[in-house]
Design a protein around this ligand. Structure first.
Ligand code: DGJ
Length: 736
């Protein structure tokens, strides 16, 4: 098949397509942009799925000569309130006299090679190797001369469409953008169901699936972060869709701040999905010639069920979102000090940790919270990023030197967006915290947030981190963010711009991250927000891996990582083996289950390695050696979910290489079952013409029987058992 992508326009139809996907719109009557199709590629389109228009009571008709056409019934690509479409709008622009600008009329369109890069925002990266095309469709509101541009990109080989919008004030008066969603899409509802992610601290990425009923289902964040509560992600799936098969269409936003995702089933069984910046407490003033760009949204479609969808996201993020120098690179096997020491860190202790970590086989030791200012608990010092002289009298040089002597790397924790009221920084700059004038801001974890909407504070953070990283050549930075944003205002923003604060904050943070990661491309930045509190494609543009949850309990982690894998590949999901009883749940989960659970993704450790028995040392050493031998599948392979912990008692996943010559299957259950004759997993992702040997048991099976008949096995007796299979192809893989 020819690999290419194209955007064609003929007889009023726009058809974006590549070898996998089609996205079709109609420019009806040269005026209205209507959605017609989005899904797997179709060769030609002549409107076979278009309903006949009918005159309806209550419908307002924008064209007095056409009583059949109302925006209320039209499948739209954007909508403004006030023109007869009473569903959720995507665009709202207000004039200074309070009137809305509602008449965006089609003006022009054009196609350009390549991808559009939204200024100052993370985005799908262009590539010289693969073709991409971008369609821009322009509308103008004549009362204000405000221009709305809808942008659609299609990429060669990828089953996705990238959408965003841009609003430009070409008039002479300021206007207020009050709603600027990246996506609005109306589609005929065929009984699709809605899959979303929800969660909390310690329980991120839980999977929800629900019937769509009439009315609106809305999820979003107003927390100043994408949040563990409701990530900006939604999936429409056919009722029969499962992990391996079924029609799935997914929406993801490349953004890390307040967002809204909403599905609305209307009176005529038309389904509207909107996604973008949350309009609550949002407004952006555009002076003449100023413009506003929305974050990009990525729309993925698959007929291969949820695994088909995830594979698309995993490949897209790996090839076109993560920092390219890290995307497929094997990451160092790290030991983090947090659960071992909490705030009680010191030079003496860390030197011992580094030597022991190196002898066990770790490749990186990370000094977590507690190393700076007067930090002995969470009550002080955020902002004072100088080494605590009592804990580290010789600075960090001895630790970095010791790591080097022992052939490993050294990394460090920061929470650069924060300021403790009890800090030198606060005493020097009492007006630097996020707050409204004359309102005492709320504390959370005893801390306030730095006002990153202000360029001089962005510069300060950049300068502080830059001089630290120049003084101390660390290989890794954990970038933490441990509270959500309240009192979302800035001391310096004028009243009419106060509601711009959340987006300005995020753009400020993106600027800081862009500057630092460009200046230090060899430093591995790990994203964290009390675990996965801001684990989204926006942050992943700068930081290729994220500490997925503060919950290190293996049982809970199985579902958290399973849910995270809907959107992220295993390379991006950091998991640590921790001690028992587990610090979050008190559970005592066997070592092998803990190591297998962490090894399915980007694995590290977070336990006291200075107090291991000889037997435990040997087990840790053996596990690290095993992970090193297998980890190319985590960083360069493909990840598939086989059994969902959200729909039964078994969690099973598989890692394999692109050629399917090697596969590792991990299966878990909370407790041994006396009634189960056996457990059975079907593995549709192996090569059917290949014979595989499980190198752990010596048993041999054909790929075809594992695909269709499945693999029967039994868990060992006891609580939280785990089972691992390591399949190697005995014969050359044949294409099937
Ligand atoms: C929250 C993070 O998720 C933890 O891993 C740890 O770094 C603490 N913050 C430190 O305060």
């Amino acid at each position: 098949m020819v690999k290419t992508c194209s955007i064609e326009y003929h007889d009023g139809w726009f058809h974006l397509s590549n070898e996998k996907v089609s996205y079709i719109m109609e420019l009806k009557g040269g005026r209205w942009l209507l959605h017609r199709y989005w899904g797997s590629r179709i060769e030609g389109y002549d409107g076979s799925n278009q309903p006949e228009l009918m005159k309806r009571a209550f419908a307002s008709t924008p064209d007095p000569d056409d009583e059949m056409f109302s925006l209320e019934m039209a499948p739209l690509e954007f909508s403004t309130a006030g023109r007869g479409d009473f569903r959720t709008p995507s665009i709202s622009v207000r004039r200074t006299d309070g009137c809305p600008a509602v008449r965006f009329c089609f003006e022009s369109w054009n196609v350009e090679d390549g991808l559009h890069i939204p200024e100052g925002l993370p985005h799908v990266r262009p590539s010289e190797e693969y073709e991409a095309k971008t369609l821009t469709i322009r509308f103008r509101d004549e009362s204000t001369d405000t221009v709305l541009e809808l942008l659609y990109s299609i990429l060669e080989e990828r089953s996705c469409i990238v959408r965003s919008a841009r609003i430009v004030n070409e008039g002479t008066e300021p206007v207020f953008v009050e709603r600027a969603l990246s996506v609005l899409l109306d589609t005929h509802w065929n009984g699709e169901e809605l899959v979303t992610l929800h969660g909390s601290h310690l329980a991120e990425f839980q999977v929800d699936r629900r019937a769509i009923l009439h009315g609106k289902t809305a999820l979003g964040s107003t927390r100043g972060a994408s949040s563990p509560q409701y990530p900006a992600f939604a999936v429409l799936c056919s009722p029969d869709a499962g992990e391996h098969a079924g029609n799935v269409r997914a929406f993801s936003l490349i953004y890390s701040d307040n967002h809204l995702v909403e599905a609305e089933l209307d009176q005529y069984d038309s389904l509207r999905v909107v996604l973008g910046i949350n309009p609550q407490d949002f407004s952006y003033m555009l002076g003449p010639e100023e413009s506003f760009e929305t974050p990009q949204a990525v729309l993925v479609s698959s007929e291969g069920g949820f695994n088909g969808m995830s594979r698309e996201f995993h490949q897209l993020w790996t090839d076109r979102l993560f920092p390219p120098q890290w995307a497929k690179k094997i990451r160092p096997l790290l030991l983090n000090s947090w659960e071992m020491c909490y705030f009680d860190v010191s030079e003496e202790k860390m030197l011992k940790v580094i030597r022991e970590a190196a002898s066990l086989g770790f490749e990186l030791v990370v000094l977590d919270d507690g190393w700076f200012g007067c930090r002995n608990d969470s009550k002080s010092s955020l902002g004072d990023w100088s080494v605590n002289p009592k804990k580290f009298p010789n600075g960090l040089d001895p630790l970095i030197a010791c790591a080097k002597e022992n052939g490993i790397q050294f990394g460090i924790w920061f929470e650069p967006e924060m300021i403790s009221p009890n800090s030198e920084l606060m005493r020097a700059h009492p007006d630097w915290a996020v707050r409204f004038p004359n309102v005492e801001p709320l504390l959370s974890r005893n801390q306030l947030v730095l006002d990153l909407a202000r360029p001089e504070i962005q510069d300060y953070v950049i300068k502080t981190l830059t001089s630290f990283l120049k003084q101390y050549p660390v290989s890794y930075v954990k970038w933490d963010m441990n509270r959500h944003i309240t009192d979302a205002g800035s001391m310096l923003l004028p009243d009419e711009r106060m509601r711009e604060f959340p987006h300005r904050y995020m753009r400020g943070l993106y600027r800081i991250l862009r500057t630092l990661t460009e200046e230090f491309p060899d430093v591995l930045f790990e994203n964290c927000s009390s675990g996965g509190g801001r684990f989204d494609p926006g942050m992943s543009f700068y930081m290729p891996q994220t500490w997925c949850s503060d919950n290190t309990d293996a049982l809970d982690r199985q579902s958290i990582q399973y849910g995270a894998s809907y959107l992220f590949p295993p390379s991006a999901i950091a998991a640590h083996v921790s001690e028992i009883p587990n610090h979050q749940t008190g559970r005592r989960i066997p070592f092998v289950t803990r190591t297998d659970t962490a090894s399915m993704v980007n694995m590290g450790y977070e336990l006291n390695i200075l107090e291991l028995s000889e037997e435990e040392r040997a087990r840790v050493q053996a596990h690290l050696a095993e992970y090193k031998a297998e980890r190319r599948l985590v960083f360069q392979g493909a990840f598939y979910r086989l059994r969902s912990p959200f729909h039964g008692k078994i969690c099973a996943v598989m890692l394999t290489d692109a050629e399917r010559t090697e596969a590792i299957i991990y299966a878990f259950t909370p407790a041994y079952s006396v009634t189960a004759l056996c457990e059975m997993i079907r593995i549709p992702y192996l090569a059917s013409g290949t014979v595989y040997e499980d190198i752990l048991s010596g048993k041999r099976f054909s790929g075809s029987e594992l695909q269709k008949a499945g693999l029967a096995f039994r868990f060992d007796k006891g609580d939280y058992p785990a089972k691992k299979f390591h399949l190697r192809a005995l014969q050359e893989t044949e294409d099937d």
